[in-house]
Design a protein around this ligand. Structure first.
Ligand code: 4SX
Ligand code: FE2
Length: 336
């Protein structure tokens, strides 16, 4: 295997949305993200702490889908490494000239072995960091993109792929036979990428960070004022895994967005891994709430490098998983 590129962090996602005006309402008015550029075809957004051109692209299209996950690499040479690495894996690999995506330099775009369209870039246009523009900050402001969560049919297969790519695992949900979910990082937080078990490849969610839970609670209040409370899917609550405070929303196309704050530092080389038993009721909600079935069962479609939907594989189940109905393998229907 060729050396893996040195990956810095989860950097941006591109979502296909069917009605940009409605999406703009959701991402700007409800979520409190900042528009850095927009036209009839696309809206580019970022959080108040971010200085790259964007951390989210909403692109107009006929069917809602994930068009791209992008990781920033540590140095310009790492995009060449990415090209060699993925070519060696037998993946479809394209070199994108600078500016193929507005604000992003030369990049390597691959359909990874798990079936996801993933870009690796280093160069990007800078925009002004707005972290002290207090007079421009709404009550629901967000700071930055935090992580991607993908729905994969075989979490163990995803674990091997991400470990080979140089990611480290912070936490997992397991029993003696099966891994149900796992959290992987490059930046020194609990994750840049999480694997959730389910039919896939699909996008489970994208998470943005808030400075405090106050801003997340304000978003919930704002949704109530818009009489759009049906867009709240899970929470607010406290995760067991990662210890973060959360709220999950569904955007007008059904893409799931998590608002997230205050997980912990993982940058030491001997950072201890945490393994949760799938039967522990505090693993996904520290307060013990059941999780709504839609959270496990629904995810966004994923497109290949030509924009064609990637075929879905059925999740690999263990007998115990099916029997106890754990983590997406049946049962829980109660709200929150
Ligand atoms: O559902 S979990 O509490 O396990 C969880 C889900 C923890 C952290 C996350 O970011 C997440 O999406
Ligand atoms: Fe998450």
């Amino acid at each position: 295997m060729n050396p893996a590129p040195d990956i810095l962090r989860a950097a941006y996602a591109e979502l296909v949305c069917t009605d940009l005006e409605r999406s703009r309402w959701f991402y700007v008015d409800v979520l409190g993200l900042v528009v850095t550029e927009e036209n009839d075809e696309a809206i580019y957004l970022k959080g108040f702490d971010e200085f790259l051109h964007h951390s989210l692209v909403l692109r107009k299209g006929d069917t809602a889908a994930l068009a791209k996950l992008a990781f920033r690499v540590c140095a310009p040479e790492d995009i060449d490494k990415a090209e060699t690495y993925f070519t060696g894996l037998g993946a479809e690999v394209r070199r994108l000239p600078a500016g193929t995506t507005r604000g992003i330099g030369e990049a390597i775009f691959v359909l990874d072995p798990l079936g996801y369209p993933v870009e690796f870039f280093y160069d990007a246009e800078h925009t002004e960091r707005l972290h002290q523009q207090y007079h421009r900050m709404p009550s629901n402001r967000l700071t930055r993109l935090d992580h991607f969560n993908i729905t994969v049919p075989d979490v163990a297969e995803g674990q091997k792929y991400y470990a080979d790519l140089g990611f480290r695992m912070s936490e997992s949900i397991e029993d003696d036979e099966h891994v149900y979910a796992a959290w992987y990082y490059r930046k020194p937080t609990t994750h840049d990428l999480a694997l959730t078990s389910g039919d896939g490849p699909r996008l489970h969610h994208i998470a943005f960070s808030a400075a405090e839970r106050e801003q997340i609670l304000n978003t919930a209040d704002i949704l109530g004022s818009y009489q759009a409370e049906d867009l709240i899917e899970r929470g607010p609550g406290r995760h067991g895994v990662t210890n973060a405070f959360y709220l999950y929303l569904r955007d007008p196309d059904g893409h799931r967005i998590e608002l997230y704050t205050s997980d912990y530092y993982t940058g030491d080389p001997d950072n201890p891994q945490i393994r949760w038993d799938v039967s522990n009721p505090r693993r996904r909600s520290w307060w013990g709430h059941d999780i709504r079935a839609s959270w496990y069962e629904e995810s966004s479609e994923v497109l290949d490098l030509d924009g064609v939907p990637v075929p879905i594989r059925t999740q690999v189940a263990s007998e115990r998983a099916a029997a106890i109905g754990a983590d997406g393998f049946g049962i829980p229907t109660a709200s929150h």
